[in-house]
Ligand binder design. Structure first.
Ligand code: CDP
Ligand code: MG
Length: 666
């Protein structure tokens, strides 16, 4: 990329509609310009530009909704602080990257993918004209594998830093290292800007070599907090109490934990409104969670019609990532779905946990952005005092095998001494290296090194076990089928099972069901879906989520392209499901379980923990002797989800050393 030799423009910057040097030829409606000028951040524009111009690294704190994510990249671009190179803005969530880039493209009067674009896993909407690139933290990390100095970027903005996702945490170190190396080599400097609505400022500043902290004046009106009594009210009861008592057009934001819970709450709310008394104001109910496609998410941002009330039922995505106007009431369940990893048992669990105090405060704050508001906490004050102060960074509670694989691919082999802001425990690093070793991805000599297999695994944006399964499938000439299965496992469930039509859904699904497990059923569904060319009515009749199916098809295409680039022969095993299950056993032997002697439950082979078949599995009423599973979910019991029947010999074959103490099936 060509870089001008001259310094940044020194003339005082005036906010104007368009900047011809940036190729902005679009029209921006006055309404949007007015909205931009009304943002709390706007008066600080000149000062921010000046300071960032001077600094290598800065930390910027400002309330949610002040305009950090949408405005700062534009300010920097308009003042050419980026010196014509790309400004990367990372987001922990794909939804945020997509919706925000759409808004910013609109504010710049350009088409999305031109001057403003986004890049998320399996989707890249950028072009050579792109100067502001919103991307997930995972994508920037992936790019760094190919270019550790991040030469395409002159500014990297690490947004939502307080979320401390595993990828953001690793990026902190990778970006810091790129900045230092570029300095040593005399390559164009890399500016780092760390942004958040809330964070432990001293900790961040100390990590980034005493970087200065810029505080933005925000707007925050008082929020009245109500706790429920000891008897927990349901979120929906609380919602209708507010709705009956309060005038319309004061919208409600409700925090629940995940897609399934949210969709079911949305249905219940809609059902109740349909049968409600006539004098009740109409409700517009919008779900909001990461997996929701962007067009559905946009509904959340639409202004509420007069005389109506909008209810947004969201995951913690609405805590800080996306800003929604008009919120007057917050209903906080006090829980969040989180990944938890136990390095001793090697168990990786998805479970619902209590939020931290910091999260609860953020949620509360959402009710006071435009005027005074109220927050209904569905927990007692006593419970609140027992929440931890801050959310534990993901890197200290997750399985690190993906991250370790990526760090190794980045050429960082001394993982224990990597410059983490908060180090993961030695146990979890060792557990990750063990896992990768079991998969044949690393060898342990003096240092830990990637094997050729490990390098190939790192080329796929997939969790190591899935990556390994693809490589095994290549050897066994069934990439066509495994690509399909892996893609379907990478998206949200394609099965729709409404409570009210449960029997009907299960009956429709009967024709895809396989006694070999969920993976084979998914494959059957995909084949049938392709045979009808993704027909919408067919999806409805068969209770298949067409949207998730389309996403899976796109994911498959991307993975297919990577396979082609790596010159893998893409062959089909036709209907040989045995070979397919064998490949899965070879990738997932660490997620295997055997039926207990009394035939009641299963024992996981890795940790000897009691696990059960999830009721959603086709194997729910079956008792195969050995299964592998895709993930564990902890609710009332520890459930295995997405199962496949396997032969114990395959497990042993896949990893004789791993099973040396006890051969499965003996
Ligand atoms: O990052 P921060 O929370 O400081 O604010 P932001 O995401 O930049 O949002 C600033 C304002 O932009 C919000 O208050 C919304 O009014 C608007 N916005 C929007 O209209 N549509 C979006 N997709 C995102 C933001
Ligand atoms: Mg933001």
């Amino acid at each position: 990329m060509r870089m001008p030799e001259d310094g940044p423009p020194t003339k005082k910057f005036k906010y104007t509609l368009s900047h011809h040097n940036n190729g902005n030829n679009g029209y921006v409606p006055e309404k949007i310009l007015q909205e931009k000028r009304n943002l709390p951040i706007f008066p600080a524009r000149g000062k921010i530009i000046n300071q960032i111009q001077r600094l290598d690294t800065a930390i910027l704190i400002g309330e949610t909704g002040s305009g950090k994510t949408t405005q700062i990249p534009q300010y920097l671009l308009e003042a050419n602080v980026n010196k014509n190179a790309i400004i990367a803005v990372t987001q922990p969530r794909r939804v945020a990257a997509i919706t925000i880039s759409q808004r910013v493209a609109e504010e710049q009067g350009t088409e999305l993918g031109q001057k403003v674009g986004y890049c998320v896993r399996f989707e890249d909407v950028t072009s050579e004209n792109t100067k502001i690139k919103y991307m997930t933290d995972g994508m920037l990390l992936r790019e760094a594998i190919l270019d550790p100095l991040m030469k395409r970027y002159s500014i990297v903005i690490l947004d939502e830093a307080h979320e401390r996702t595993i990828h953001t945490d690793v990026l902190f170190g990778v970006v810091k290292q790129a900045q230092a190396r570029r300095k040593v080599r005399g390559i164009r400097p890399l500016k780092i800007l760390v942004m958040s609505a809330t964070m432990d400022v001293d900790h961040f500043s100390a990590y980034f070599n005493a970087a200065p902290v810029l505080y933005l004046e925000g707007r925050q009106y008082p929020v009245q907090v109500y706790y429920v009594s000891q008897y927990t009210f349901s979120s929906i009861v609380t919602l209708f109490q507010i709705h009956r008592a309060e005038p319309p057009n004061n919208d409600i934001l409700m925090f629940l934990t995940g897609q399934e819970e949210i969709e079911s709450a949305v249905r219940t709310i809609r059902d109740i409104t349909r049968t409600a008394e006539e004098n009740m104001a109409p409700l517009v109910v919008c779900p909001l969670y990461a997996a929701l496609p962007s067009h559905a998410q946009l509904k959340v941002f639409k202004p509420t019609p007069k005389g109506c009330r909008k209810v947004i039922v969201a995951t913690n995505i609405a805590e800080t990532s996306v800003t929604i106007q008009g919120i007057k009431f917050v209903v906080d369940s006090g829980v969040v779905k989180a990944k938890v990893f136990n390095p001793n048992s090697g168990l990786d669990l998805l479970k619902v946990v209590k939020v931290s105090k910091a999260q609860a405060l953020q949620r509360t704050g959402r009710a006071g952005r435009e005027s005074a508001g109220s927050c209904y906490r569905l927990y007692t004050e006593q419970e609140f005092t027992q929440f931890s102060d801050n959310t534990i960074p993901e890197i200290q509670r997750c399985n690190l095998s993906s991250v370790v694989l990526q760090l190794l691919a980045l050429g960082i082999s001394d993982i224990v001494n990597f410059d983490f802001m908060d180090k993961p425990s030695a146990e979890s690093i060792i557990a990750a290296v063990h896992q990768l070793h079991n998969l044949g991805a690393v060898i342990k000599e003096n240092t830990i090194k990637l094997t050729p297999v490990g390098r190939q695994m790192a080329a796929f944006p997939l969790e190591p076990r899935l990556g390994k399964t693809l490589l095994i499938a290549k050897e066994n000439n069934c990439l066509e089928e495994i690509l399909t299965i892996v893609s379907l496992l990478s998206v949200d469930s394609v099965l729709v099972t409404p409570q009210s039509k449960r029997e009907e859904a299960l009956a429709a699904r009967q024709k895809f069901v396989s006694s070999e497990g969920d993976h084979v059923m998914l494959l059957n569904i995909y084949k049938a879906y392709k045979a009808v060319k993704g027909n919408k009515d067919w999806c409805m009749e068969n209770f298949i989520n067409q949207r998730n199916m389309k996403t899976a098809t796109e994911v498959r295409k991307q993975l297919y392209d990577i396979c082609e680039r790596m010159e893998f022969p893409i062959k089909s095993c036709k209907n040989d499901t045995t070979i397919i299950r064998k490949c899965l056993a070879h990738g997932f032997f660490m997620n295997a379980a055997e039926l207990q002697k009394d035939g009641s439950e299963y024992t996981s082979l890795s940790s000897r923990k009691t696990v059960s078949i999830h009721p959603s599995s086709v194997l729910f009423r079956c008792k195969p002797a050995y299964v592998i599973y895709n993930e564990l979910v902890q609710t009332t019991k520890c459930y295995m989800r997405d199962l496949c029947v396997v032969d114990p010999d395959w497990l042993y074959e896949a990893a004789p050393v791993y099973f040396k103490k006890k051969k499965p099936g003996t």
